[in-house]
Structures are given as structure tokens and as C-alpha cells.
Design a protein around this ligand. Sequence first.
Ligand SMILES: Nc1ncnc2c1ncn2[C@@H]1O[C@H](COP(=O)(O)OP(=O)(O)O)[C@@H](O)[C@H]1O
Ligand SMILES: [Mg+2]
Length: 325
Amino acid sequence: MSEADAVTERLKAVLPPLARARLQSLRLAEGGTAIVVLDAAGLDTLERERLEQAVNEALAGQAGVSAVRVALMADKVRRRIIAVGSGKGGVGKSTVSTNIAVALARMGRKVGLVDADIYGPSQPRLLGNEGIKPQARDNKLVPVPSEWGVPLLSMGQLIEPGKAIAWRGPMASNALGQLIDADWGAIDTLIVDLPPGTGDVQLTMLQRHKPTGAVIVSTPQDLALIDARRAIQLFGVGEVPVIGMVENMAGYACPHCGKVSDPFGSGGTEAAAKELGLPFLGRIPLQMAIREASDAGQPPAAGEGEGAAAFEAVARRIATWLDNQ
Ligand SMILES: Nc1ncnc2c1ncn2[C@@H]1O[C@H](COP(=O)(O)OP(=O)(O)O)[C@@H](O)[C@H]1O
Ligand SMILES: [Mg+2]
């Protein structure tokens, strides 16, 4: 046995049994980086994290090892999660989530949508695929397609419509896990519409499904912004980078006279973003057309005009952020 092989065998021997059972290859690259490839098929996010951590711990500090790199081979696609949050409800978080997803899909990205709002799941309505229950395949949910190229899994599909949900803790967390660790196929980016505030679902999201980044939606006025700051704090604690803030419902163009007014103020979110040192992703106007199209299951971002352009601009900034990761 060559010296290199002997070292590799010695390192394999210190791996915990679970890692050894799933080991595909282990080699020591130049400079002493141990490269470990494991089969992670069938493991959920938490189990994968544990496996990776166990390997890291076993190999770090071994003679000849300067660094450890673990590759988990399960899904061919490595999915990135973008969490869309807000401090409070009614600021247009769901509307922004849908339309960011649709705008990204329009740019040719493979995007799926997860509606994690246990209090008011609204994505089936917004995407126009209400009433369709997802099927299961190999114990995984299969997302429901939509006309806009954005498949969806929603808390709303798991419960009867109109039933207020008083889910807490484990139930909500399990449901979220089913939506995220589903059979997403080629989809590589998941937009997650979170419930408002900082409850169980948000914590599970941060701890188990680590988003790549977060988008914060707020209206321009002070009260909404105070809540938004709380949401930002939560992502900070979870070490999830905030991609930026979106100002929704600013600038109402009167459909009769065309004069623009600002029922909820204007510029407040941009100013807050600046103050917090966060990027400002754009402003979505308050428009009757946005509300009407949304209610009809026709996402404005799928159409043309001012609303579509506003969503597209936000989506482009998010796409650029993702590409720079
Ligand atoms: N920019 C907008 N212009 C007009 N109506 C909007 C706009 N954004 C959201 N709405 C409407 O406001 C209501 C609340 O939006 P929603 O996205 O459900 O908020 P949230 O998810 O934050 O509770 C919905 O009826 C929606 O159609
Ligand atoms: Mg909502």
C-alpha cells in the first residue's frame, strides 16, 4: 500500500459508522485538504447537516489534514432558498413573493414557490391553481404546476380551505419540511412566502432549511417599518443575509385623473434600508390593477405594464444577488 493510500485508509477508519456507510470517496488533496464525498440520498436537511458536521469533526485535527471539504451527493441540483418575510401581515408579502417568482421564471430561471404562511396561505389563489391537491411520490409531495411556469406547494393545499390553522411547533415545522424537501425536480431556486412575524415556522426555516437570503417587504409608513426591523433582526440572528427591502403600496396613480398620491407615504422603506445598511430592491406601486389581477390568479408580473416592470426590476436585483453568491 502506498503511503497516500495508508493515510486515506487511516482517515476512513476514524469516520463515524453512518458516514462510512455512505462514503463514496475520500482523498487527500495537495495541501492536506480532505475531500469527502458522501451519498446523502433520502436524508433531510437536518440529517445532512449532522452528517456533514460529524465528518468535519472526525477529520479535523487528524495528522496530515489541514482542511475538510464534504460533498453530499443526493439531489443533482443544489437548491437555494429565498425567504420573503415581513414584520406584519397585509403589506403585500404574498403578492411580492408570487410576482418575484413569476418574474424570475420569465427570465428563464427554474423557480418554485413555497407558501409557508400557516395563518393565511394565499398562493394557490395568487397563482391560479386553487383546489388542486399535490400528489405524493416516494413519500415526497409533488408540487402543483401553474400556468406561469412556477410550481407551488402551499400550506393551503394541506388543509381545508377557509379553516383557520392553530398549528404550533412540531406540526407547523413538519409541514414546512414536507413543502421544502419535496420532489422539486429541476427547480433550483425556491421562493418561500413566510408567515408574518417571528414564530415557529420562521425559526424552523432558519434552523433547518437555512435560506440563502431573505427579502423584506414593507409598506412605507413607520408602523410597518418597525415590524420590518424585527423581521430583519430575526434573519440576523439566523445569520441569513438580507438581500434587501422592497417597498410596496407606494405611489397610487388615480385611475381617473392620473395624479399620484401616497396613501401610506413614500420613500420610507428606502430610507429605512439606507439607515440599516441594506440594499433597496425597488418600489411596487399601489394599483387597482395589481389587486384585481392578483385576486383573479393572474400574476401582474406575467403581464405587461408598470406593475410588471416594477416586479421585474426587483426580481433582476435578486437574480444578480444570487449570481454573485
Ligand atoms: N401593490 C399593490 N397594489 C394593490 N394592491 C396590493 C398591492 N400589494 C398587495 N395588494 C393587495 O393587498 C392585499 C394584501 O396583500 P398580500 O400580498 O396578501 O399581503 P400579505 O401576504 O403581506 O398579508 C391583497 O388583497 C393584495 O392584492
Ligand atoms: Mg400573505
